[in-house]
Design a protein around this ligand. Structure first.
Ligand code: A3P
Length: 301
């Protein structure tokens, strides 16, 4: 991973949160803003958009395997997923920015990750009619996963205790803004932009291959039964947890001993975190925030 200067990256300190373009942000996602906004998408680019912790790494890896695993098997053991699939708006010290990584990607298509809410996606993706894959995860599990992620990741603000985190999540003050607007924004876009495939983390856990087939059909791909067997093994939670190219063990900003990046990969883990009172408060607030959408989530399967 010679593109990363580990000692520089390792020395970063937790960022402050500030208001930026109407949402909460940190400098690591705003300092390259001009280049992000004028990013030149190509017609065959695939944009993989998610709220943080909704399963971006999982689907990044699936897309990478679907397109490139047979053509370039050496990528599998030598290139971490966060280099293969650049994180567009990111700019961390000691590492090329997401825009630089994307500009220098030699793959066709380029698979590009973003956490930006719909209104901040660079306009060239729409102008080029790029395929967009969105993955959404139910708010309760998403919040729990985000809380543990902030604990272990120095690139994020300190989450405080669980209750503090949860209140901020509900207020929409977490980095990348309100979960509610994020999932609904892409859901609404899908109604008018046919090149958007909307997926759910819960469906992936329930039947991963069914969802991969849906993705294949959106992308116009087919996989042989041999490929299916190979890919299925690799994208299992336990395999990705063991795989240093997908488990973020090579990212010096993250401390997997505090909480592993590949933490549980479950639906319903929120039940071990929410108190009865927190759950009631959350449900009441959720009803209000989501009253104008047809979007439905499952919090258990
Ligand atoms: P948990 O913290 O609940 O375990 P992202 O990649 O968007 O940051 O999302 C990370 C979440 O996706 C984590 O959730 C992680 O464990 C889960 N995840 C990643 N790969 C997975 C897989 N193969 N199967 C199930 N969950 C997976």
């Amino acid at each position: 991973m010679e593109v990363v200067d580990v000692s520089v990256l390792k020395s970063i300190t937790r960022p402050e949160v500030f208001e930026f373009e109407g949402i909460s942000m940190v400098n690591f996602f705003t300092e390259n803003w001009e280049n992000v906004q004028k990013f030149q998408a190509r017609p065959d680019d695939i944009l993989l958009a998610t709220y943080p912790k909704a399963g971006n790494t999982w689907v990044s890896y699936i897309l990478d395997l679907l397109y490139f695993s047979s053509a370039a098997p050496e990528r599998e053991t030598s290139v971490p997923i966060f280099i293969r699939v650049p994180f567009l708006e990111s700019i961390f010290p000691g590492m090329p920015s997401g825009v630089e990584l994307a500009d220098n990607l030699l793959t066709k298509p380029r698979i590009i990750k973003t956490h930006l809410p719909i209104q901040l996606v660079p306009k060239s993706f729409w102008e080029q009619n790029c395929k967009v894959v969105y993955v959404a995860r139910n708010a309760k599990d998403n919040a729990v996963s985000y809380f543990h992620f902030e604990r272990m990741n120095k690139g994020q603000p300190d989450p405080g205790d669980w209750n503090t985190f949860l209140q901020m999540f509900m207020e929409g003050k977490k980095v990348f803004g309100p979960w509610y607007d994020h999932v609904c924004g892409y859901w609404e876009k899908k109604q008018t932009y046919s090149n958007l495939h909307y997926m759910f983390f819960e469906d992936m856990v329930e039947d991963t291959w069914r969802e991969v087939e849906r993705l294949n059909s959106f992308l116009g791909l087919t996989t042989s039964s041999k490929e299916r067997e190979r890919i299925t093994k690799r994208i299992h939670f336990d395999a990705m947890k063991q795989n240093n190219m997908t488990n973020y063990s090579t990212d010096p900003v993250m401390d997997n001993t505090i909480s592993p990046f590949m933490r549980k990969g479950k639906v319903g883990d929120w039940k071990d975190h929410f108190t009865v009172a927190q759950n009631e408060q959350f449900d009441e607030h959720y009803k209000q925030k989501m009253k104008n959408t047809t979007l439905q989530f499952r919090t258990e399967i």
